[in-house]
Design a protein around this ligand. Sequence first.
Ligand SMILES: [Zn+2]
Length: 122
Amino acid sequence: MLTQNDLVKFKKLLEEEKVLLETELSELGSRNPSNASDWVPVKPAGDEFGADRNDNADIIEDMQDNNAALNELEGRLNQVMNALLKITEGTYGTCEISGEAIEMDRLEANPAAPTCKKHMRA
Ligand SMILES: [Zn+2]
């Protein structure tokens, strides 16, 4: 069972990670104006599409790499936000699949872990 001290500690870790992720996200993309939790990639400044096909292909490739990184960060941020919500709701630290307590060492390794070790996605 998590103590109040544990909750305070994990909340702090999660909030720090949230700030970090939002900083990284804001470097790669911008918030979707109609959905603040969605991030969309931005075309790198100075990279304009032109007459050169190869240049255009490079820009598109950069944007695709950018988008993959953005999706990964966004997925992680959603997990962190979800964990913070669970702290507020008083359900933090329980497995989303079985409802069992999540192992302490798993939470130490990943404070945003949504499941216990048994139900970890491979
Ligand atoms: Zn479980």
